[in-house]
Design a protein around this ligand. Structure first.
Ligand SMILES: Cc1ncc(COP(=O)(O)O)c(C=O)c1O
Length: 399
């Protein structure tokens, strides 16, 4: 197919200005909410943290929520609370950010990677079953791009083998699985509030849980392993007294950050609605591009559309993914790639992980391109991306 000269070949780019793949939406209400805290007595460990926790718990339907300084710190807390220790195996997906597996290593555990389903790119329960051993202690499914993983199957495997399920819902605030909102289904669920996510606190994360036991452990882990809870003190020297009972961390979030989170959470429904509409527009406009496999939604799993990822049918193209990616960047479209399979990072290779472990994830990685998607995007931005994709794919198509 003939298209106009690509920007990578010296032609005019589709967009005059660069469109990022994701970014926050901050309004005057958000700014006022943060300023109010800056003028108050508490910059950290004050009332905004508890309020944000209570509001996230209410939104997700969980009994408890514990905020952390990042999603990564929250995952570390969840692994501690789950009792992951030296040599314990935790099954997870390779199609994720490294933090999902790193949290197991922080506790001295062993991440075990199971391959993904080629339709949803989520952990494949059949592959999880193959990886269970006597040392398996937990499963960490990721709701990749915001589409919930197959939780019925994963929970069934977990119950059968007495495993804890920690959901990595960094992409999935507001997503639903069989009409239940993500956050109250597994034993613990992690959310991230990094600026590209559905709502932001700058850096920040949260664990939701229905378990009072996990809740107590998470609170204490977040604050150096310290407690002031009279019921649990070994001694009590007076009202000032506290005890550090195990080695925790300073993983506290601040009131400055959570005041932003509270204000952002008020807009979550419109943010998600916006993302859904933009994703539907991509799907409508790109459905005739045969060189692309578009994201598929399974019945019962309602995505919160963190990412819109297309998969290239490379056999229909005369270019590599790298060339298509670079050509789109030159058209001023901020494409990205999620993710290099976690075990292919040099650090994981130094631990003995090798290419070939999860072939589906590896081939998806070779073919994935993430298109821009965030709540502040306009329909015209989507149409610019579509025009650039059609221009570039048309140029390199074998047809
Ligand atoms: C799937 C996944 N897990 C974990 C994390 C870690 O979250 P944070 O960046 O808040 O530490 C991220 C964030 O990028 C993520 O996308």
């Amino acid at each position: 197919m003939k298209t106009s000269k690509l920007a990578i070949d010296g032609g005019k780019p589709v967009r005059a200005h660069y469109l990022p793949y994701g970014k926050q939406v901050i309004d005057e209400e958000d700014i006022a909410s943060v300023v109010k805290v800056l003028q108050s007595d508490f910059l950290t460990s004050g009332p905004a943290i508890e309020q944000f926790e209570a509001e996230i718990a209410a939104f997700t339907g969980a009994k408890y929520a514990v905020a952390f300084s990042s999603g990564t710190a929250a995952l570390h807390g969840a692994c501690y609370a789950a009792g992951i220790g030296a040599g314990d195996e935790v099954i997870t997906t390779p199609m994720t950010f490294a933090a999902t597996a790193n949290c197991v290593l922080y506790q001295g555990g062993v991440p075990v990677f199971a391959d993904i389903d080629p339709q949803t790119y989520n952990l494949d329960p059949a592959r999880v079953r193959e990886r269970i051993t006597e040392r398996t202690k937990a499963i960490i499914p990721v709701h990749f791009t915001g589409q919930p993983a197959d939780l019925d199957e994963i929970l069934q495997i977990a119950r059968k083998h007495n495993l804890i399920v920690i959901e990595d819902a960094a992409h999935a605030l507001g997503a639903s699985y069989k009409n239940t909102r993500i956050g109250s289904i597994g034993d613990m669920t992690m959310f991230s509030f990094h600026p590209v996510k559905h709502i932001t606190t700058g850096e920040g994360g949260m664990i939701t849980t229905n378990s009072p036991l996990f809740y107590e452990k998470l609170l204490q882990f977040r604050t150096h392993g310290i407690t002031r809870d009279e019921r649990r003190l070994r001694e009590n020297h007076g009202p000032w007294y506290y005890e550090m009972q195990f080695l925790g961390y300073n993983y506290r979030i601040t009131d400055i950050q959570t005041s932003l989170g509270i204000s952002q959470l008020r807009k979550i429904k419109s943010f998600i609605k916006q993302r859904k509409q933009l994703a539907a527009l991509y799907t409508k406009e790109l459905s005739d591009v045969q060189e692309l496999i578009l994201p598929r939604q399974l019945p019962g799993a309602e995505s919160s559309w963190h990412l819109y990822i297309v998969r290239l049918r490379l056999s229909g193209l005369s270019a590599t993914r790298r060339t298509v990616f670079q050509a789109l960047q030159k058209e001023n479209i901020g494409v990205n790639v999620h993710y290099i399979p976690a075990y292919l990072h040099p650090y994981y290779e130094s631990l003995g992980f090798r290419k070939g472990l999860c072939p589906v994830a590896e081939s998806c990685y070779e073919e994935f391109i993430t298109l821009p998607l965030y709540a502040g995007m306009e329909a015209q931005d989507v149409m610019d991306v579509v025009a650039a994709v059609k221009k570039v794919i048309g140029h390199y198509s074998n047809k």
